[in-house]
Design a protein around this ligand. Structure first.
Ligand SMILES: C[S@@+](CC[C@H](N)C(=O)[O-])C[C@H]1O[C@@H](n2cnc3c(N)ncnc32)[C@H](O)[C@@H]1O
Length: 230
């Protein structure tokens, strides 16, 4: 079953402390971590999760990577509350309180730093956000990654994507139609369009990893100023 999520975190009622549970998390967190851990191997420092939703992913990832400091974020109040509740429930030293970040504002890294957030990110992970949001959210995500990531830092995107303007599966095409019917500004994004955003922000697509249920992980790397390789 595809792990598409629109009515997010409403699969079950919230727990009394505000924790939300997303069914997709239970299907996708293990395969996602199997890929992320390869990109984060040997890394320390700060990693931002953009659009954390319930907060379940960040808690699971933090348990697997005690040398990394994880910063969850979202801009929806119920989601921020859920993330804070999952954090309190887990009691992990390496998960910071959720940051309120609106990715559609390309200056979000400045706002993040002013709010006491990290100054220099080793990576940004963002799952299932940019197709359920207007295009300006993708624009803001990449623009911010260009200024928020350290040189050689990774922007890791998970979700359904088109390749060469075409859907990779019929189920993705159906999902895309349903998204656009709900909001004309939503829709499954094309890898080529994202590569163009990346180029404008000083990032390069280094790897595409095929994932279960016709999803992909796109791994973009911020170029160093002296890096001439593509
Ligand atoms: C479908 S949920 C995915 C949540 C989580 N990443 C996951 O995979 O379980 C999309 C998330 O994107 C967040 N989001 C949408 N627009 C956003 C924006 N402009 N800035 C930050 N987060 C946003 C929503 O609040 C929601 O938590």
């Amino acid at each position: 079953m595809a792990d598409y999520v629109v009515e997010f975190g409403k699969d079950t009622p919230p727990l009394p402390d505000g924790r939300l549970d997303a069914a997709a998390f239970h299907r996708n967190h293990v395969p996602i971590w199997a890929v992320l851990e390869r990109f984060l191997a040997g890394q320390s420092g700060d990693v931002l999760e953009a659009g954390s939703g319930t907060g379940q992913h960040v808690i699971f990832f933090a348990r697997q990577s005690p040398d990394i400091v994880w910063w969850p974020s979202d801009f929806n109040d119920n989601h921020l509350k859920s993330i804070a509740a999952w954090r309190a429930h887990a009691g992990l030293d390496n998960v910071r309180p959720p940051l309120s970040i609106d990715l559609s504002d390309p200056a979000w890294p400045s706002a993040m730093r002013e709010a006491g957030g990290p100054r220099d990110l080793a990576a940004i992970f963002c799952a299932n956000v940019i197709h359920i949001a207007p295009w300006r959210v993708a624009e803001g995500l990449f623009a911010g990654a260009g200024s928020g990531l350290r040189a050689d830092g990774w922007l890791l995107l998970y979700g359904p994507f088109k390749r060469d303007g075409k859907h990779t599966a019929l189920s993705n095409a159906v999902f895309d139609t349903s998204l656009r019917a709900q909001d004309a500004e939503w829709g499954v994004r094309d890898v080529g369009d994202l590569e163009r955003l990346a180029a404008g922000a000083g990032l390069v697509l280094r790897e595409i990893v095929e994932m279960p249920a016709n999803n992909l992980i796109l791994a973009f790397r911020r170029q160093r100023a002296d890096d001439v390789s593509a």
